[in-house]
Design a protein. Sequence first.
Length: 241
Amino acid sequence: MTDSAQIGVTGLAVMGANLARNIARHGYSIAVHNRSPQKTRDFVAEFGHEGAITGTETVEELVAAVQAADERNEDLNFEVTGRYTTGADFTEVSERDLQEGELRFGLPSALVVLVLVFGALVAALMPLALALNSLGTVIRNVLWYRTGRCRRKAPAAMAAASGMTMDNATNLRIVEAVAKQLSLPPEKVPHNIERYGNTTAGTLPILFHECLENGTIKPGMLVCFTALGSGLHWGAALYRT
């Protein structure tokens, strides 16, 4: 313990307490202060063995302890900033700093930086987005071409010879395109995708059942079923009712 200190620390929360202990362990004398005198006493009692730690119960005592060391050491400079440290309500000072500093200058500056960073990210990602969009368009067009080609390749003669053609296409555009490519009239290519959406493997049996129920398919009619599946596998079958 000592009556004077080279360094003074006020505020013994987590950061202040660890700062004071670190200074003391490195051989510097230090005076500590907290707005709660009991916390100061508890700190000195628990960590006083770590170095030359002086507990002060008032700001005046803290200043006096450091000034005492200052008078004996010309290399040590000690300054008190006045009312902003020893004579002010820190809650009030903090609120004023927040309003006049952070909100007036800090927040607009942060927003400007955020806009600049966001703009840079958008600019950097734009070429990648355009490239992915172009790649998706190419893949879509290739699949569309292969789909139409697969559906024309085997079922063409079968569909032309049948009385009805049913296709498990994923959208109405493909059904209409297949009918056009095979020169089939709309009444020979029924569909229900506009009512149920793409029912995948259930498309053909659902459509066949509907056509039987509404009389579109007559007994003895030759029906052509066409399908395209995963990996562009395709197939067709003729069935006479």
